[in-house]
Design a protein around this ligand. Structure first.
Ligand SMILES: Nc1ncnc2c1ncn2[C@@H]1O[C@H](COP(=O)(O)OP(=O)(O)OP(=O)(O)O)[C@@H](O)[C@H]1O
Ligand SMILES: [Mg+2]
Length: 410
């Protein structure tokens, strides 16, 4: 115990064990400036450089914090600064707040569902390769299961596999064509499934009608791009604005399908170190397709040269996804364990205490979290801790401002 009248001497290593922030030194790798740490030293971050230096074992990041504390601002300014190093980013933007960043970077912000070029085609293979059929099957299956609120029966799954294969090879791949293929199977397809065309049509009928309904509604506007017209993911910064669906029951459904589609394309993109940002992840992780994508994507990050960034309000958002023993819950917790960088803005006292074991932080660090001011976060990089005030440049301040509505009107 420290205390009493006699001075206490200890090595900095011991002091660090008592209070991790006291023992942290700036990381000796080239990185992108973030701001100032507790001791006034400049603090920078670059998950790719830290990984290359052996200081992180994975490049993924979770950002947590109460509303309005600066989570999205940190990401926007970080992407802006990293762009100068040639780093790319795909941003899933449920609130429609990254367009200023896209404009400043000379890139297009795509408002999904607004026109034909702002949609995707789940049934169109990225490379024409047969290995992509199973990816399309699972994307459509997730979509249908979420809409029907039940798992597909084995007979439906078999009918879907056959119909997706046929539709993806056809001239006008898409959800409407898929629905038609399910309703009118060919004799040779039925034979392969051990039934006749009428039997196969019966197996797939409910699924076909569900898919037709999805294709003709709001979801179809996002997921029914004409062949060859799917949105282009090739730009350095791609912002996918989903605000048209924000707050609707469709957000999770569309996002699950979109992420599956992006995941399939990722492997065919020109090599580039890239961030994949899921802002407001807390709102969609309970969607099985999103949680599943996150799990796979977080695991494959190193293989693809990608750093995934998920934004939540509380760490316990991740622990409370799905039922306690459910697969989704395990996926969401896995996402946290596969994110060696955790950036934690202010938390309520109860949440700070509750997230101690999830974050791997001690009593002293947890006690700091409720009093952190706006823009200040505890950065956990593996076992190292830093308390950092994020500094915005003048130009950046305009890119990150989400408070206009609070100031602008009478
Ligand atoms: N480091 C900073 N310095 C100065 N102002 C900041 C800083 N970070 C954020 N702000 C301001 O705080 C406001 C809220 O920030 P931001 O939108 O990033 O919060 P958030 O945590 O993402 O909120 P939400 O949970 O609602 O998405 C913005 O208008 C932004 O201009
Ligand atoms: Mg935000």
């Amino acid at each position: 115990m420290l205390g009493g009248s006699r001075p206490h001497r200890a090595t900095t290593a011991r002091l660090a064990a008592l209070h991790p922030l006291a023992g942290s030194s700036p990381l000796a790798v080239r990185s992108t400036y973030i701001g100032r740490d507790l001791f006034g030293a400049s603090f920078g971050f670059d998950p790719f450089a830290l990984y290359a230096a052996g200081l992180l074992s994975n490049p993924n990041v979770v950002v947590a914090g109460q509303i309005g504390r600066g989570k999205s601002s940190l990401i926007k300014s970080f992407l802006w600064r990293q762009a100068s190093l040639g780093r790319g980013a795909w941003v899933i933007d449920p609130k429609g707040e990254y367009s200023a960043l896209a404009d400043a970077a000379g890139c297009r912000c795509v408002r999904l569902g607004s026109d034909e070029s702002a949609s995707i085609n789940l049934l169109e293979p990225a490379s024409g390769g047969a290995e992509e059929i199973p990816l399309a099957v699972s994307a459509v299956a997730h979509l249908a299961e979420a809409a029907m609120k039940r798992d597909l029966r084995p007979t439906e799954r078999a009918a879907l596999e056959i119909a997706v294969g046929r539709t993806a090879r056809g001239r006008n791949p898409g959800l409407s064509a898929l629905s038609a293929a399910l309703l009118s199977p060919l004799a040779e397809d039925a034979e392969g499934a051990g039934t006749d065309p009428a039997g196969l049509a019966r197996d797939g009928r409910e699924l076909a009608l569900q898919i037709r309904m999805l294709a003709s509604g709001e979801i179809g506007r996002v997921l029914e791009a004409p062949a060859g017209k799917s949105l282009d993911l090739g730009a350095r910064l791609v912002v996918l604005d989903l605000s048209a669906l924000h707050g609707t029951e469709h957000l999770g459904l569309v996002m699950g399908a979109l992420l599956a589609w992006m995941g399939a394309r990722q492997r065919h993109m020109a090599p580039m170190k890239r961030y994949v940002v899921l802002d407001e992840a807390w709102a969609v992780l309970s969607e099985p397709a999103v949680a599943r994508w996150a799990q796979v994507s977080w695991k494959l990050a190193r293989a693809y040269g990608v750093s995934n960034i998920a934004v939540v309000h509380r760490m316990s958002d991740l622990a409370s996804v799905g039922q306690p023993a459910s697969v989704q819950n395990a996926w969401a917790k896995g996402l946290l364990s596969d994110s060696e960088t955790r950036v934690v803005f202010a938390q309520s006292p109860g949440e700070a205490e509750a997230s101690r074991s999830l974050l791997g932080i001690g009593v002293n660090e947890a006690a700091l979290l409720p009093s952190l001011g706006s823009g200040v976060a505890l950065w956990k990089l593996g076992t190292r801790s830093f308390l950092v005030r994020h500094r915005l440049g003048t130009k950046e301040a305009a890119l990150v401002d989400t408070d206009q509505a609070m100031r602008g009107w009478p």
